[in-house]
Design a protein around this ligand. Structure first.
Ligand SMILES: *[C@@H]1O[C@H](CO)[C@@H](O)[C@H](O)[C@H]1NC(C)=O
Ligand SMILES: *[C@@H]1O[C@H](CO)[C@@H](O)[C@H](O)[C@H]1NC(C)=O
Length: 377
């Protein structure tokens, strides 16, 4: 189940793609609903009305487990990050953040090799930056993930920390809004939580936010106040960087304002890419990403698709296509980081050793995780 959510979140970077997914899901639900409806009709002929009441849960998607967003006490073994603790809180703006917003249950916190690859690549390519993987789950790591965490611990700049939402949101512009239970209005609370957290984290600490389906292929140490376009029109939210002062601060403030004002629980991509897109449209006084030059945007840089989304989501299969690898690799070589569209690609298996572009990139930029993943990356 957590996979679905992770994929969902990853796909948020595509507004239109996201909506398409929602529509597909909706269609699926309608089909399932119709089948169940037919069955129900048959039952109802032979039974009474309270059968309908008992059947009702089958017609709604089971709610996602978001208990870990609210609970505060359950002990886990992941070290906690407390904002109020000046010693342990992230400092400066030389930080890279990833978030895992699944609560997980008894199976424990699970990181896929590809997610761990994102973390390793960030740490490897940015040795002077701190790389935080923030988790909300109260569980311990699952057994395989414990091993993965050991692999990652070779990088001294990787920090996996659990956050308590109640504490995390304190004294921020989102405090009252969060406490009001806004997420209850969401159809996809885990992915919308991921949207909220990326803007909140950058507001709190500054630095760079990355989706967990990114491979970092260059140093991002000098990058601040930037985002990436996924095509000529849309700014995406899978890679974002805000400084702690000046322009970065203004953008972070504006993003939180937009999030509160325009949050829609029933629109998939409204709160992730939607927030940064609307904020930049205002700042830059222009509608499309292609026109958002640093000059128009007071110094904020919107990178072209080639920087972070070099392969368009419609062509995601190129990451797994050995025949086209020369041309794909030459495109990838020009990127700063690559977003691999996990929502679409997660079920595509890679069995090392492999020559598909994703495997070539992984073996170069997250060699420890890639090697450790054995026969299944
Ligand atoms: C997690 O591990 C700790 C020991 O490291 C243990 O005390 C705790 O009960 C575990 N929690 C869960 C939810 O399994
Ligand atoms: C890719 O490039 C290599 C080295 O330049 C070449 O030997 C190989 O034939 C190329 N592969 C394809 C599929 O074009």
């Amino acid at each position: 189940m957590s996979d679905g959510i992770r994929e969902g979140r990853d796909f948020l970077v595509s507004l239109r793609g996201g909506v398409a997914t929602a529509v597909r899901k909706m269609r699926k639900r309608v089909v399932v609903g119709c089948c169940l409806g037919t069955l129900l009709g048959i039952f109802v002929f032979t039974s009474n009305n309270d059968l309908i009441q008992r059947m009702t849960p089958f017609f709604v998607t089971p709610p996602e487990d978001i208990s870990c967003y609210i609970e505060v006490s359950t002990p886990g073994s992941v070290e906690t990050l407390l904002t109020a603790d000046v010693k342990s809180a992230p400092k400066g703006s030389k930080n890279i953040f990833f978030h895992e917003t699944s609560c997980f249950g008894d199976e424990g916190i699970t990181l896929t090799p590809r997610q761990a690859c994102a973390v390793e690549s960030a740490a490897k390519m940015n040795p002077t930056m701190q790389v935080y993987l923030l988790v909300l789950s109260h569980s311990n790591f699952s057994a395989p993930t414990k091993e993965t965490v050991t692999v990652l611990s070779a990088y001294k700049n990787v920090k996996i920390r659990r956050i308590f939402m109640e504490e995390y949101v304190k004294n921020t512009p989102l405090e009252e809004w969060w406490v009001s239970g806004i997420l209850r209005t969401s159809k996809w609370p885990r992915s919308h939580m991921s949207d909220i957290l990326r803007y909140l984290t950058l507001w709190k600490f500054g630095g760079i936010y990355l989706d967990l389906d990114v491979v970092v292929t260059t140093s991002l140490e000098k990058f601040t106040n930037f985002a990436g376009a996924e095509d000529w029109e849309d700014v995406a939210a899978g890679v974002l960087g805000f400084g702690t002062t000046g322009l970065g601060r203004r953008i972070a403030d504006a993003c939180l304002r937009d999030l509160k004002k325009n949050f829609r629980g029933n629109v998939w991509g409204n709160n992730g890419p939607g927030v940064i897109t609307r904020t930049l449209q205002k700042l830059c006084a222009t509608k499309y990403a292609r026109d958002m030059t640093p000059h128009r945007c007071r110094g904020f840089t919107v990178y072209p698709p080639s920087a972070f989304y070099p392969i368009h989501y419609k062509k995601w299969k190129l990451y797994f296509d050995e025949k086209e690898k020369n041309s794909t690799m030459s495109i990838i070589r020009r990127a700063l980081a690559i977003h691999v569209w996990n929502k679409l690609s997660s079920s595509e298996i890679i069995s090392p050793p492999s020559q598909v572009p994703y495997a070539l990139v992984a073996s170069e930029y997250c060699p420890k995780v890639y090697t450790h993943s054995g026969k299944l990356f």
